[in-house]
Design a protein around this ligand. Structure first.
Ligand code: 1PW
Length: 229
């Protein structure tokens, strides 16, 4: 039933994961980053089955980065730091050094894989921000589509853009969104208060995502990796 869908999603877990993903040295801890995405996948799944191909794709990418992480032995120079996939920058340095990053053709590097997640995070950032600022009666599909066209559509084929367009038509309405974000079906008289709380949590989460997004963007830019095929 509609109420059961998304029962598992807890927005505060997204907030905690992305907040703790950033270290004092502005490093991105990959483990926390992936955990934040795990929770966002639950959010996507709570939006309905039509969106299933999207969450499957994201899960595949998360799994790939985790696989690389498990399989990577630290080289001698890295030995001291241990896990080369501990942070975004250490992953970039490691994969560049090991010749795993292909700038001309598609590869299975963590760098190109995480770049896809990074672009999708931009979509989510813009979309969640718009949801938080929306008012009753606004169409979630329309908000989602504006965010998609800005953040992700430029990287997708015509065919994929059509498929995403179809998926967006089936998005739940605004009230359902706030139920998903707030977690429970509330009594009528508490609705206003609940929505305020939900909005606040949403706002803080969007800020945490934005900070991670911006630092990630800088790292990709600094390494000339924003266009990795
Ligand atoms: C309704 C909520 C909106 C937020 C969704 C954020 C996730 C968007 C992911 C879209 C994925 C669509 C299907 C897969 C497409 C891949 O071709 C593409 N992947 C992504 C994440 O954009 C590119 O990856 P590829 O083909 O270069 O490995």
């Amino acid at each position: 039933s509609r109420l059961c869908r998304g029962r598992d999603f807890q927005i505060h877990r997204v907030l905690t994961a992305f907040n703790s993903a950033v270290t004092g040295e502005r490093e991105i801890l990959l483990e926390r980053y992936l955990e934040g995405w795990d929770e966002l996948v639950k959010f996507l799944e709570s939006l309905g089955t039509v969106i299933g191909f999207i969450s499957q794709e994201v899960k595949g990418k998360l799994g790939l980065v985790r696989e690389l992480r498990r399989g990577a032995p630290a080289t001698e120079e890295e030995e001291e730091g241990g896990d080369p996939y501990r942070t975004l920058r250490s992953m970039m340095a490691h994969e560049l050094r090991a010749g795993l990053v292909d700038f001309r053709r598609q590869s299975l590097s963590g760098c190109r894989t995480l770049l896809r997640l990074h672009r999708a995070l931009h979509w989510l950032q813009l979309f969640l921000r718009a949801v938080g600022r929306s008012s009753a009666g606004d169409s979630m599909g329309a908000l989602c589509s504006v965010a998609y066209n800005q953040a992700l559509a430029p990287y997708h084929s015509w065919l994929l853009r059509q498929a995403v367009g179809v998926a967006l038509v089936a998005l739940p309405d605004r009230a359902e969104f706030f139920r998903i974000v707030c977690g429970v079906e509330e009594a009528e008289e508490e609705k206003g208060e609940r929505e305020r709380e939900g909005r606040q949590l949403l706002e803080r989460t969007v800020l945490a995502i934005t900070r991670v997004y911006n630092i990630t963007q800088e790292a990709y830019q600094a390494n000339g990796m924003l266009d990795l095929p």
